[in-house]
Ligand binder design. Sequence first.
Ligand SMILES: Cc1cc2nc3c(=O)[nH]c(=O)nc-3n(C[C@H](O)[C@H](O)[C@H](O)COP(=O)(O)OP(=O)(O)OC[C@H]3O[C@@H](n4cnc5c(N)ncnc54)[C@H](O)[C@@H]3O)c2cc1C
Length: 476
Amino acid sequence: MTSTSTYDAIIVGSGPNGLAAAIRLQQAGLRTLVLEQAATAGGATRTEELTLPGFRHDVGSAIHPLAFASPFLRTLPLEQHGLEWVFPEIPFAHALPGGKARMCYRDIERTASQLGVDHKRYSQLMNRLTRQWEDIEDTLLGPLSVPSNPFSLLNFGLQAILPADRFNKWNFREPETRALFMGAAAHAIMPLTWWGTASFGMVLTLLAHKTGWPFPKGGAGRLTAAMADFYRSSGGEIRLETKVSDLERLPDTRTILLDMTPEQLLHLKNSGLSTGYRRQLERYKYGAGVCKVDWALREPVPFTHPDLRRAGTIHFGDSARAIVEAEAGVFSGKTSPTPYVLFAQHSVFDESRAPEGNHTAWAYCHVPLNSDLDQSGQIEDQIEKAAPGFRDVVLSRSVKTTKLMEEWNPNLVGGDINGGRQDLTQLFTRPVRKLKPYRTSRANLYICSSSTPPGGGVHGMCGYHAAKTVLKDHFN
Ligand SMILES: Cc1cc2nc3c(=O)[nH]c(=O)nc-3n(C[C@H](O)[C@H](O)[C@H](O)COP(=O)(O)OP(=O)(O)OC[C@H]3O[C@@H](n4cnc5c(N)ncnc54)[C@H](O)[C@@H]3O)c2cc1C
């Protein structure tokens, strides 16, 4: 382990995965440095006053079941570094036409009891999935590997491999149950007729029951701030406002980990990547973009259905069929007048988000990759259906189209928030088909972003697995 290099590892990018990698390497006793182009660490998990003074908005990620449940992050003493979790009473809900709604409560039975003829099926399915999760989470939250519990994985996989719309037809009869499940599955950001999209709905719904859908008090940025603080307190170093464009200009180091996506790797100078590897990166597929809106509100959102006022996250989309059509349209270059919308209302549960009596709201819808269309009008129309008068309580709004998203964080290529499409060809073998896809073609250069398994979302597992690979390859 002795070396004359100044650093053992330099990590470029301080998103949740860059920080997770840096923490893991620092824990192993390495000398590490994080370089970040932005003025604040945290990547797409940062909080800013985007609208009016005192209104704290999550510019990127907002709801964090994956972070709370992350096998790596939950081992870190982040609470000692300022992290406090807030658990909305109802993890998520689906707003339906005519003032109706269905809730995903923490309690499986209570959720099932609203689902008519699907009561028994929902209850059986979710009880089984929540039991299986502990057996399979390590396999699902990493690169391809030999499963420790193949029977549980097979059982889970037989349903998870299905397209979300087929999963719905096989399991549920009530249109409202199908809409509730489809709202969770559509986090996949893919056509919901594609194989494997059911897995997103299954994992997110089982986590709603198992852990809830919590978020950090004070803003998502408190999570990454706690990670950065813990990292620094363990001896790590972060240099902000330091954009890396040429790897030869880095300080002297044994290894480099890039919290970047393939498109950015291809533009790095002196990366030393082989022509064959570059060709594989050029074939990497991005998914869709997002149009994101944040609101400063005079008062809470005036939802007609009282339970919608008690849900942290609400999905809008008139029916499962309407969501399937809207999401398919996004992948054929079209936007929908009635898009599927993901919406969160933090300030109802966390008063530190807005001045006293005021509120914030956060939402986005999916748009074609690179489409710079402002969909805020369509998003607000969807909210108005469940909360007539919503626009009247808006004090100010901030809209970020795909272009503004990418300007804010270069990893959001074309507005893609997952670091690349998460279809079956890229889910476990991203960005290239290798058992350890964190390795590039250059022996000391690694990729640790959400463009590696297990993909998008705030969980730090990409960074954790990349760091483990670096330790095995160079510091054994
Ligand atoms: C609008 C939006 C909503 C989301 N909602 C959720 C959600 O609710 N829940 C959830 O779990 N996930 C959500 N996500 C996804 C989640 O935020 C990402 O999957 C996660 O942040 C990926 O982490 P990362 O470390 O791989 O990359 P990032 O968080 O993107 O971090 C990459 C970092 O690298 C830096 N960087 C890039 N290039 C360079 C360079 N050349 N030099 C120096 N630094 C560089 C960037 O500035 C950035 O700080 C959302 C994302 C967005 C944008």
